[in-house]
Design a protein around this ligand. Structure first.
Ligand code: FAD
Length: 434
């Protein structure tokens, strides 16, 4: 006799607390089997076999498993394509229904559609819930029914909706509905083809002190006065509802969380942004794409300290302050005239908080190619940015020990000339030659 179960499929929501799909699964009448799938279609293309994000995820899964074990259950972990994983589960159990939380990335949407079809063939329902955002899919649309592409109008509507629909957290979990099982060992990193690489993920700071000084200090990389929420939001180890409930009166901070959702809805409605500029005309830009220059940028050897400090910090820690991300991205696209997709891919490889929607949205914003982007002629001057945001040079000296000595490289470009070159390339692409 096969055991009758409902399955809850964890993906980017690695927590038990205030997890909508998990909560709904436990409200069903069946015993709930908690599932995680190591998907080779996601893991195998990762370039670095020592990718610290895989170690981090693995550690979080172990913690999740321990929490489930305290409830007499365990995390069922399968290393296979999701379709095969579900075939396996259907063989072993009498699966009644599969619960999960929605994911809005193009790959995830395709994957879920395939899983839904497979389950349907076996008479199994597939329920997806909104969990990683406050508002999803078509909840925030313009009066003409189309998605917003301008942040200010989107955020106004978002805030209005929030006041109309107060946030509800999930109530106490019906833990006795969890399938009782012996703790299973989670596949080792080695069996997944990875080696362990620890990265320090800074603790989340949502203190009143941080929130009240956020506007003033968020752009100062030497001070590091931001929340460090991004990794937790990426892996879903914290609930966005709980975060918003705690910070909603701090407008500047809330706006950043809305940017996150804005880019998620852009990606959901315009999945072509993964490959194309949001504004098609910008795909006519003739990028220089010099590989040696790109390497100098990647390694933090441009001779522009704000750029170099940022890139070295990224390479070493997997993190970088938002202001510095903007400066480094602007330098690559606007001073080296290298395609934003190259920079986006490098950040995707290195960032601990890598998130397709935010990374793509921000790169296109900086390059001027995205929706509601900075105008293309707005070009950050990395020297002015240094004087403004690191006037005492604390940040750059932390990351560039040889700064101020002959060992530090000379500036690789003339800022004035490269700026003019970029303006001309953009104008040409947009047919605005004077
Ligand atoms: P805080 O300043 O404390 O902000 C709180 C939260 O708000 C962040 O955790 C994040 O969820 C959200 N947020 C803040 N700024 C932005 C923003 N500009 N766009 C979208 N959401 C934002 N963020 C990612 O999470 N993943 C990425 O892959 C990513 N790539 C980026 C690439 C570039 C070129 C740029 C300019 C920005 C990128 N960001 C990305 C946005 C931002 O830099 C990080 O979210 C932020 O630095 C993370 O630190 P924090 O959690 O301390 O942020």
């Amino acid at each position: 006799m096969k055991k009758t179960v409902a399955v809850f499929w964890f993906r980017r929501d690695l927590r038990i607390e205030d997890n909508v799909g998990f909560y709904e699964a436990l409200r069903s009448n069946d015993q709930v089997l908690p599932l995680f799938i190591f998907d080779p279609d996601i893991l195998d293309p990762l370039e670095d076999r020592n990718d610290p994000r895989v170690t981090y995820m693995h550690q979080r899964l172990e913690l999740l498993n321990e929490e489930l074990m305290l409830m007499g259950s365990c995390l069922w972990v399968i290393h296979d394509q999701p379709i095969n994983a579900f075939k396996q589960l259907i063989e072993e159990f009498s699966v009644q229904v599969v619960y999960t939380n929605n994911d809005y990335e193009p790959y995830a949407i395709k994957r879920d559609a395939a899983v839904r079809d497979l389950l349907k063939e076996h008479g199994v329902a597939f329920h997806g819930y909104k969990d990683q955002v406050i508002f999803e899919k078509d909840e925030i649309l313009k009066s003409d029914g189309r998605p917003y592409t301008v942040f200010t109008s989107y955020s106004r509507r978002w805030k209005c909706m929030l006041s109309e629909k107060p946030i509800q957290l999930c109530e106490a979990l019906a833990k006795d509905h969890l399938l009782q099982c012996e703790g299973l060992k989670i596949s080792s990193l080695e069996s997944l083809g990875f080696t362990s690489t620890e990265r320090i993920v800074k603790p989340i700071d949502l203190s009143l002190e941080m929130l009240s000084q956020y506007e003033l200090l968020r752009n100062i990389p030497a001070v590091d006065a931001t929340s460090h929420l991004s990794v937790a939001l990426r892996f879903g180890t914290i609930s966005i509802r709980r975060v918003v409930l705690g910070v909603k009166q701090y407008e500047h901070f809330l706006n950043e969380l809305i940017w996150r959702e804005f880019f998620m809805q852009v990606l959901y409605h315009y999945p072509n942004v993964v490959w194309e500029s949001f504004k098609p005309d910008y795909d006519r830009i003739e990028w220089v794409n010099d590989e040696e220059c790109f390497l100098q940028w990647c390694e933090g050897r441009t001779g522009f300290p704000m750029v170099d400090a940022g890139m070295r910090e990224l390479n070493e820690t997997g993190m970088m302050n938002n202001r510095v991300r903007m400066v480094t991205a602007s330098f690559l696209t606007k001073h080296l005239l290298i395609d934003w997709r190259w920079g986006e891919a490098y950040f995707a490889r290195k960032l601990m908080d890598y998130e397709l929607s935010s990374n793509n949205g921000n790169w296109q914003w900086v390059a001027g190619t995205g929706c509601d982007a900075a105008p293309y002629f707005r070009i950050f001057n990395p020297e002015q940015q240094l004087r403004r945001f690191d006037p005492e040079e604390k940040y750059i000296r932390r990351w560039i020990p040889e700064y101020g000595t002959s060992a530090y490289p000379h500036p690789m470009v003339d800022l004035g000339e490269s700026r003019l070159r970029t303006l001309s390339a953009y104008k040409q692409a947009l047919n605005r030659m004077e």
